[in-house]
Design a protein around this ligand. Structure first.
Ligand code: AP5
Length: 191
């Protein structure tokens, strides 16, 4: 299996690049943000609880997202590989993902970490907030809170994968196509 993590702060282009990568490599896209928004749209109990955190720009508790990812992996037993987008975001999530991969006798091949400056992140997210309907994009304070949450809890997840030499850093500014080509070059070197 080819299992990849697309990593980076809010607005770094994980969702945009994931859509292209899953087509090229035939992977199953697992975005915890999308899974949570789908729960909110269905007005499930999980969704309503998650919304309280998401609207403040805070991470949803580990047990909720780990449970969601576990189900999604179990529900896709025959895929060529998974592209994880927005997961793992804490060291507990990284440890859980390792265990889930081991259960399938597989592992994470590479973490692609996209780097984008903070001004650019803010501008991308607030611009999207004008039209997206995403409540966490419309308020500057919430966008800032998401970026702070990333620095406080998520950035260190890359260190976990660095110890296994699995992290490749990519400049996430420029055209979508150029960034996509840079990501593909790194993946192709590993597979
Ligand atoms: P999530 O949905 O994962 O959002 P995020 O990480 O904040 O990231 P975004 O989707 O906003 O950005 P992205 O990096 O995917 O960039 P995108 O391609 O969309 O999470 C939302 C919330 O859910 C979290 O705050 C948390 O509460 C909760 N959550 C999710 N996962 C969790 C987990 N594992 N644990 C706990 N809680 C969790 O692009 C952004 C914008 O930029 C778009 O408008 C796009 O068109 C534009 N853009 C993209 N590329 C470029 C480019 N090269 N140049 C110019 N613009 C570009």
């Amino acid at each position: 299996m080819l299992n990849l993590i697309l990593f980076g702060p809010p607005g770094s282009g994980k969702g945009t690049q994931s859509e292209k990568l899953i087509v090229k490599y035939g992977l199953k896209h697992l975005s915890t943000g999308d899974l949570l928004r789908s729960e909110i749209a269905q007005q499930s109990q999980l969704g309503m609880e998650a919304k309280n955190f998401m609207d403040k720009g805070q991470l949803v508790p580990d047990e909720v997202v780990i449970g969601m990812i576990r189900s999604a992996i179990e529900n896709n037993p025959t895929v060529k590989g998974f592209l994880f987008d927005g997961f793992p975001r804490t060291s507990a999530q990284a440890a859980a993902l390792d265990e889930l991969m081991e259960l399938k006798n597989t592992s994470i091949k590479i973490m692609l970490a996209m780097e984008v400056g903070e001004k650019e992140l803010m501008s991308r997210l607030l611009k999207r907030g004008e039209t997206s309907g995403r409540s966490d994009d419309t308020n500057e304070e919430v966008v800032k809170a998401r970026i702070i949450e990333y620095h406080n809890k998520t950035a260190a997840v890359a260190d976990y994968y660095k110890q296994f030499n699995k992290v490749v850093t990519i400049k996430g500014e420029g055209t979508v196509e150029d960034i996509f080509n840079a990501l593909c070059n790194e993946i192709d070197l590993k597979v």
